[in-house]
Design a protein around this ligand. Structure first.
Ligand code: CP
Length: 315
């Protein structure tokens, strides 16, 4: 594995799960791995969990960490080749990636979807261009279409729950006032493809995810029907994929409530955070003992550690 852009880059799913469990049980066991090495974390977008958990992961493995907010601290980056750079973009990714490769041993990047240009978002221009011109590994800290570190942390959380054989897992859309990207649900769907579970997606008409990602997954347009008998309910908002970037509805009919959770099999509740209370989900769900959201965030440290360790071991 040269880069970690999606969970499909992982050479072995079971080994990754085992690595996260080992690192969580003994977080300082590999503190020599990053000795004398530096990881650069660059953010084009805000973050709480990713920024702090990836720094913590790197430090537990012995790395030095450099963090830079590229949205307002770096020169604006040009990604097009052959362009005459007379606009606001002062630095080309070709130089930026090579220069960072001299200062760092790995680069981790957060660059969200534009939600205005579907083909550009799906080309993952920022991550792919940095990966093309850097001579060091590139790690995805949430890109236009994928959030694999979150999906790995969610897989660890699900594994730790020691659920009944073939649990029913429901990924349900929930309302939100802003248009949110598809990265988290996309990666959750890809991750569920590795798990032995009865998995379905519940979303309103017009909110089906990219059919290439959901191929083979049952999509139900009736939330209450989908929740029946669920062992896990993962709530997340995303904008329309077919009417790309648009919000079709903002009403609270799909907000997750304690009443709706009564339809489940005493389900655990999951969300990647941040979450808007009483918009996406009612307080009573988030504050219930079945809510796993804080442990999901805790597990972000071990998903990041497993990837940094794997990339280090690859030399
Ligand atoms: N879940 C997640 O990636 O959180 P942040 O956006 O705060 O990093």
């Amino acid at each position: 594995m040269k880069n970690f852009i999606t969970i499909d880059d992982l050479p072995n799913w079971e080994d990754t799960l085992a690595s996260m469990q080992e690192l969580k049980a003994n977080p300082t066991a590999y503190s020599h791995i990053g000795q004398g090495k530096t990881i650069g974390l660059i953010f084009f977008n805000p973050s709480l969990r990713t920024r702090l958990s990836t720094q913590k992961a790197a430090r537990l493995l012995g790395f030095e960490v450099m963090v830079m907010n590229f949205s307002n601290e770096a020169w604006a980056i040009e990604y097009e080749d052959g362009t005459s750079m007379e606009g606001i973009r002062s630095e080309h990714v070709r130089e930026a990636a090579q220069v960072m490769s001299q200062y760092c041993d790995m680069i981790a990047i957060r660059a969200f979807a534009s939600l205005t240009d579907k083909s550009a978002d799906e080309a993952e221009i920022v991550l792919r261009k940095f990966a093309a011109f850097a001579s060091i590994p590139v790690i995805n800290m949430e890109s236009a279409t994928a959030h694999p570190l979150q999906a790995l942390a969610d897989a660890l959380t699900l594994t730790e729950l020691q659920l009944p054989k073939r649990p029913k897992v429901v990924l349900t859309w929930a309302p939100h006032p802003k248009a949110l990207p598809h990265a988290v649900p996309n990666s959750f769907v890809r991750m569920m493809g590795q798990m032995d579970a009865d998995f379905c997606i519940a979303n309103p008409e017009g909110y089906d995810l990219n059919p290439e990602i959901t191929a083979g997954v049952e999509i139900i347009h009736d939330q209450e029907a989908a929740l029946a008998g669920a062992d896990i309910v993962y709530a997340k908002n995303w904008c329309s994929y077919s009417d790309y970037g648009k919000i079709i509805r903002k009403d609270k009919a799909w907000m997750l409530t304690p009443e709706k959770m009564k339809r489940t099999q005493n389900a655990k509740f999951m969300h990647c955070l941040p979450i808007r209370r009483n918009v996406v989900v009612a307080d009573g769900v988030l504050d219930h003992p079945n809510s796993m959201v804080i442990e999901q965030a805790n597990n972000r440290t071990f998903s990041a550690m497993s990837i940094l360790k794997l990339l280090s071991e690859n030399g």
